[in-house]
Write a protein that binds this ligand. Structure first.
Ligand SMILES: *Cc1c(COP(=O)(O)O)cnc(C)c1O
Length: 369
């Protein structure tokens, strides 16, 4: 069997930074929640993205959940959510007993469509919060979206799980609104094996999130609770991996961009292949290189041909309004997200890929045309 090529797998630093921080935690016996790595990882990530404060949590999903709670989302509230995303964006809306309304994408950004968003506001003027996703590391068009949201006085939460390292007009995604979240799951651009971060310029809200994430323990000698609590805090070991990974984030972005440009150079001449949109205001992290197909070669043809050669690829996210679990909820928009799902492929974008690996992928795809 030929060498396996992954879509996107963990890539630890060559320097062994992660192990150094883990060792520090062991030596000081701070492997339990909290400790120096957690505090430092929060500060270092907040500095990197340009946010005032950050709370390190056990997952990106947990971060979205507590962002919704911090935003005051509760029983029966309506929350707008892009339909083209991973289910982890939408599930926490249900955890809070709120109601998601799914919104279509546009072709220009692959992210939430401003026109559909405006239509949704007409239909649901009392919406409580809007989640914006920066899909595959492509930023949403924040100026337009925020202008619409500001008119309606809603809290905006940015799901930047896939876009650590992505900038919009020079500013880091996840820092345009009240709350931003990042994920360090195994396939993300950097990973802690699993974990997440909630960032905000509102330090009071961030300390509240830390409080909720450690079981809402009131200041008292005995165990005293006046609020519902969660066990969502990041451990000091995991935070150590994160600190090491953060040091190589810029290298990872550079390699992801190289991968995108390699595919683009080799494949864009083929009739019917179109690359994900890179807008002039966007500096993506190129987490995954995605294409859409409009000719005789279908996504399944590419995915099957690659699979035969032990190479991983994936369809574009299946929209939430097409998912059995979410089918009862309302959807505003047309068929853009559905078309992206039906015609799209995520190409292997693993930062450990060599020149030879990239050529292997490209040759297999070329042979289909
Ligand atoms: C990965 C991901 C999440 C969830 O992050 P976890 O850390 O895996 O919980 C949320 N939203 C999007 C868009 C993601 O890709």
């Amino acid at each position: 069997m030929s060498k396996k090529i992954y879509l996107s797998s963990p890539h630890l630093s060559d320097e062994g930074y992660e192990m150094e921080y883990i060792k520090e935690a062991f030596v000081t016996n701070w492997i339990a929640p909290l400790g120096n790595n957690v505090n430092q990882f929060e500060t270092e990530l907040a500095t990197k993205v340009g946010a005032k404060a950050a709370a390190a949590l056990s997952s990106g999903t947990g971060a979205i959940h507590l962002a919704l709670k911090a935003a005051g989302v509760g029983d029966g509230d309506v929350v707008f959510c892009p339909t083209l995303t991973f289910s982890a964006t939408a599930n926490p809306i249900i955890y809070q007993n709120a109601t998601p309304v799914f919104i279509d994408s546009d072709y220009k950004t692959w992210n939430i469509c401003p026109k559909a968003l405006e239509k949704a506001f007409e239909k649901y003027p009392n919406v409580k919060a809007v989640i914006i996703v920066h899909l595959y590391g492509l930023s949403a068009d924040m100026d337009i979206i925020l202008e619409i949201c500001r008119k309606h006085n809603v809290v905006v939460i940015e799901d930047a799980a896939e876009s650590l390292g992505t900038h919009y007009k020079g500013k880091h995604t996840g820092t345009f609104s009240e709350y931003g979240i990042f994920s360090f799951n195994g396939n993300k651009i950097i990973t802690t094996s699993g974990g997440g971060m909630l960032v905000s310029d509102n330090e009071e809200r961030i300390s509240k999130v830390r409080f909720w994430s450690t079981q809402s323990r009131d200041k008292a000698r005995h165990y005293q609770h006046s609020e519902l609590g969660f066990n969502y805090r990041m451990s000091n070991i995991v935070a150590g991996i994160g600190r090491g990974q953060l040091k190589v984030l810029d290298d990872r972005v550079e390699k992801k961009k190289y991968i995108f440009e390699f595919y683009k150079r080799e494949l864009s001449k083929f009739e019917g292949i179109e690359f994900m949109p890179i807008n002039e205001w966007n500096e993506p992290n190129y987490w995954l290189t995605c294409i859409t197909l409009s000719g005789n070669v279908k996504p399944l043809d590419i995915m099957e041909a690659l699979e035969k050669e032990n190479i991983e690829s994936r369809p574009i996210w299946k929209p939430m309004h097409m998912q059995p679990f979410f089918s009862e909820y309302d959807y505003v928009g047309g068929d853009v997200s559905q078309k992206l799902f039906e015609n799209g492929v995520c190409l292997p974008s693993d930062t450990k890929m060599t020149e030879e690996d990239l050529s292997r992928v490209v040759e297999i795809i070329k042979s289909l045309f």
